[in-house]
Design a protein around this ligand. Sequence first.
Ligand SMILES: *Cc1c(COP(=O)(O)O)cnc(C)c1O
Length: 381
Amino acid sequence: MRNNDLKPETLAAQAMGHIDETTGAVTPPIHLATTYERAPDNSYPKGYIYTRNENPTYDIAEELLARLENGADAMILASGMSAAVAPFLTLRPGDHILAASVMYWGLRKWLIGFAEQWQIDLDFFDAGNPETATALIKPGKTKIVWIETPSNPLWDCLDIAWFAQLTHGAGARLCVDSTCATPVLSRPIEHGADIVMHSATKYLNGHSDVLAGALITSKDDDWWRRIRRVRSEQGLVIGPFESWLLLRGMRTLHLRVRKASENAQAIAEHFHNHPKIDSVLYPGLPTHPAHEVALKQMDGGFGGMLSLRIKGGEAAAVKVAANLQLIHRATSLGGVESLVEHRASIEGEGTPVPSDLLRFSIGIEDAGDLIQDLEQALATL
Ligand SMILES: *Cc1c(COP(=O)(O)O)cnc(C)c1O
């Protein structure tokens, strides 16, 4: 069968069907070389020059990501933050960025400092009222519109197609942080996004043991080539071993994401009307304000991320987290093991996150075991 006829799940499981030409090995090799031989005429017949530009270990992971997201090309980078900052590093003083008020807090902090240092004009629209973006976009001047969906940690969903129309009408590009949706559940390029970004540290790798980032483009154009230059010139490259581990992790992406989504849905439904819980924030619940948008642009589940607002405020939330025995207290998300975090205390002063909120990254354990752990922790209140 031709590669083009195959389903994403098949391509992922078989790492694009790679068989090593030299040895017949069914897993791809790791190329540690930093430099490649020139031909006598000084050309590079195999296309590789130096590992800060390109490393053959990246190739299959990048091809697979481009296919999973239905994009024209993909690039993997040293971390999610490297992937997120690379498009912004192509801007010039006076350019305008419009970003959602709710997004990965590390990127929000970086954007504020970056805009200040380089005289870049930056506005945040209210992610709870996305129409506010209409009044803030500046046709001709806005270069990048940045959204994250579903977004941390309230799991609101922004309508990608609506944002694509607004963004393109102003001559700007739409970038979507799709870390929590994954290409299994949502493919933003199919809804009009120009660039999709992932912290591949999370679901793409899935085992809490690799730091990595990814960008996927809808078009292999000048802007994309400038972003590629940012990666090589600033050395935002991932190590060959990490890139190999990332591809290994992606081979089970579909199974992991579907199981985590099923577990999160079961937990959301179980705790929905629980006497010790004020609200369950999960886009898979019909009562969640984002449910309709989620249905429009996600299929096969609503992801493994959910938040619980605990009755009794911050002290009660912190106590529940302290009494969990199976679910680990740790930051990050998207791994096979379930994690919990009290985000307000992590983000510190000025955080918009409610203090009674616990964020859960639901893993692929038995749903009943996870529910039981939560029940026993809630019983300590
Ligand atoms: C973790 C995360 C990032 C940052 O990625 P790193 O791999 O930690 O650099 C960006 N966006 C989202 C949504 C994340 O969860």
